[in-house]
Design a protein around this ligand. Structure first.
Ligand SMILES: [Zn+2]
Length: 432
């Protein structure tokens, strides 16, 4: 394969957020072809024009397939790959029964390598090209994940999960070791190739105030890092936080007080927010990450997408593997649609596709590199077959426009809909 390539199909790009447009589809542009050169998008437009610009380029004709930016999954736990879809009751039961015993295995580098590779293979097969992952408390789990992503030329974010209380002894670090191990990992991996480090306190119930303070200080020393954690997922979790931090005004305050609220902060779930929390998150331009399959699977509640978007929050979309029940961003978009329906605010297909690409990239502060198809963007793409199963094909055949044609794939599609995946200008998945 040469360094130049033209893909012909229905090439979707976003001129602005479909949440800010009168009609969501007006924020989108459909072009005939996209040209790739040296790992980047070189041009988008009519095939004849791109051919004239790049006469040497090979042309792949994808017919009516939809070509868009690769999916960006803004909140995952790769170490939970092997325990996805485990039966459970409440969040804390689920952590104790499945998550913590599995995470204890990641001090073994060979096991971490095996699961990191399996996770990146599974997600690429579902069209996901960037993820932002929690690892475990073991630095080996971070080394394994970054090593696997680097070998694939993939843009990922990851960080060592920090916990110094309310976790089994084998999964506890200390305030000092969390700081020092994280600092060493930042020095080794942050902004090496396409890799970025996220400082990662799991959530305030599993960190002492001393640990949160140490990680806040670390973030202040490394402000180009992202910071990821969980916020207000379940009501009994919020009560627990109030018991553990009696002085805090609310859940977010347990982060804010220790320097863990900022523009490069990612707050997973954020379902049961107070007015003060919403105000502070917006003021800082922090990112909320919606994990709809996880929220329904664990029974956490219904994220207020419409209300939070209307007040100008920065929002990404994520699977939350393995609290979420799927590796697929298509399934995740379907769940976001269903959660919207249950709140009386259905989302348009253009809004769902934007959330899974440019929305999540914006949450990760990478919107100028990934999550859209435009000249100069990195060539991470997914090619979707809009007739991948007989059930989907018979519905999309009746569609009168692209949005009607793509919606059955959002609602019923899986990895069979993913015809091709490109990472950094290289084709990594192909389905004939
Ligand atoms: Zn999570």
């Amino acid at each position: 394969m040469g360094a130049e390539m033209i893909l012909k199909g229905q090439v979707l790009s976003f001129e602005r957020s479909p949440f800010d447009a009168g009609r969501p589809e007006d924020a989108c542009r459909i072009a005939e072809a996209v040209a790739l050169r040296d790992g980047q998008v070189a041009a988008v437009g009519p095939l004849a024009e791109l051919r004239a610009q790049m006469p040497q380029a090979e042309v792949a004709d994808h017919g009516a397939r939809l070509i868009l930016a690769g999916f960006v999954d803004a909140h995952v736990h790769y170490p939970q790959t092997a325990i996805i879809a485990s039966w459970g009751k409440r969040l804390i039961d689920w952590l104790n029964s499945y998550t913590f015993p599995e995470e204890e295995r990641f001090g073994d580098r060979a096991y971490a390598d095996e699961i990191a590779a399996r996770y990146l293979d599974l997600t690429a097969a579902h069209g996901t090209t960037t993820v932002c992952s929690y690892c475990t408390i073991h630095p080996e789990s971070v080394d394994a994940f970054f090593t696997a992503a680097q070998a694939r030329g993939q843009r990922v974010v990851a960080g060592k999960t920090c916990m110094d209380r309310n976790a089994p002894p084998g999964l506890r670090d200390t305030a000092q070791s969390a700081h020092d191990d994280s600092a060493a990992l930042i020095a080794r991996w942050h902004r090496v190739d396409r890799l970025e480090y996220a400082i990662t306190p799991r959530f305030s119930p599993t960190s002492t105030p001393e640990q949160l303070e140490a990680l806040g200080a670390l973030w202040a020393e490394h402000p180009s890092c992202l910071m990821q954690t969980h916020l207000s997922e379940q009501t009994d979790e919020i009560e627990w936080v109030q018991e553990l931090f009696p002085q805090a005004r609310d859940y977010l305050d347990t982060y804010e007080e220790f320097g863990l609220l900022g523009a490069r902060g990612l707050y997973g779930h954020a379902i049961h927010l107070t007015e003060r929390e919403r105000h502070r998150l917006r003021e800082y331009g922090a990112a909320l990450v919606h994990c709809p399959t996880s929220n329904t699977f664990i029974g956490s509640g219904l994220f207020d997408m419409a209300g939070l978007m209307a007040e100008g929050q920065r929002i990404g979309l994520a699977t939350d593997t393995g609290g979420g029940s799927s590796f697929s961003m298509l399934r995740t978009m379907a769940a976001a649609y269903e959660v919207g329906q249950l709140r009386g605010t259905p989302l348009h297909a253009a809004q769902l596709l934007w959330l899974a690409t440019q929305g999540s990239a914006t949450a990760l502060r990478m919107q100028d590199k990934i999550g859209n198809i435009a000249p100069g963007m990195e060539a991470d793409l997914v090619v979707l077959d809009l007739a991948s199963t007989p059930a989907i094909a018979q519905r999309s055949a009746r569609a009168e426009d692209l949005w009607e044609a793509v919606f059955p794939t959002i609602m019923m599609g899986d990895d069979r809909a993913v015809a091709e995946v490109w990472i950094g200008g290289r084709r990594v998945q192909e389905r004939r």
